[in-house]
Design a binder for this molecule. Sequence first.
Ligand code: SF4
Length: 453
Amino acid sequence: MNKDRNSLEGGAVQTGAGLPRDAKPLFGMGPEELRAVVEGLGLPKYRAVQLGDALYKQRVESLEAVTTLPLEVRQGLAAEGFVVGLPEIVQAAKSVDGTERYLVRLADGETVETVWMPGGDGGERGDGSEAAVEEEGEAGDPQDAVEAAVEKQIPFGNDQQRDAVETTQPKQIPSLRYGMTNKGDIGIQDGYKRATICISSQVGCAVNCQFCLTAKLGIKRNLTAGEIAGQVSAVLNRQRVRIGSGKGVETPSRINLVFMGMGEPFLNYDAFMQSVHVLRGMGIPESRMTVSTSGIEPSIRRFAEEPVRPKLALSLNASNDAVRREIMPITKKWDIAALLAAVGSIPLGKREYVTFEYVLLGGVNDQPEHAREVLALLKGMKAKVNLIVWNPGPGIDYHQPKPEDVAVFHRMLIDGGIPTFTRRPRGRDIYAACGQLKRTVDAAPALVEISTR
Ligand code: SF4
């Protein structure tokens, strides 16, 4: 942690995160709220714009760093209890595949996990994005490449996809290559074409999916919009990634965000949507964001009404209600038919697809009859499927699917006309893979600890 971070922000009783207990975080506030703050201090409106730029464009970590504001203004904000209030990375573990998992501490001392997945090898979709196909069309519009790949119906069985299923340990990939930008910051260089950040939306989760480690925590509380978007700012700062234009500077099109960490974003809907707007203010377009829901039907319908929204992924995971009720008890509240009807109400863009995530559990939902049922469910929908080979976790009594069953399942969906991708597990060795996020302190395997700065 930056030692200077709270030097304007101390003085009061400290919380677990080292912030005053009555601190008022600025990060997460929209333009109106920032204007109210500066007007409350008797300052002109343009100070709110400067403050917003500092928070979201420069990603400052302390009031001291807001050098566009005079010292007395910064001191005035601090005296009123305002702080930047970014979550703090307090522990980090790095996978052999380059994935980094962070324990992120919030102002009240609670923790969530955030995952950084750098790069891609041109054949995996381990982050829920279409990154690999984007890389195929790097010279042109990425969406064209997505469309092209979908039309090509990339078959299961190429080397990289075979590797995705057959490799139990992630293969070694080189570390991120850095280069200096024109402003002295460091951006991701070619060779790794993009990175994805997986964000948490709640401390724990109430949904209780039976295959998920996070579910073991139960729910503690919702995150605020600032805490959700702040994870991204903290990670980008750590990775020294600049967002914006300029020679050698990472561009927004190469940072993907997935709301797939701890928690159910659609049970924290307002904060989640506000975080989307904050993140857009940081220069990341909503088209680079994907939110995954376990299936909160009323929130899906609200989402369908949003004028600006990320892409949607529905965590389907079963081909019929009986199996889904077993592995996702929330199905008792909203069955598959209700969820598909809600998803069908979303007005999709010309090139937009809804992603259906399907965690393959050996012997539970991975057989040919299940694939046939999935095809029947998704018939006529603009759908693509991400197959996820289940990641084992302590205390969870499922089995990994056999590679040949994954291959058959994948092939059947492709042959049935559904664009299908099998996601290579990322960060499995550090418990950062899908369904494995639980507080690092609770994780069983030895961690490869790395510096938090
Ligand atoms: S899979 Fe997602 S929704 Fe289900 S318990 Fe885990 S974190 Fe919650």
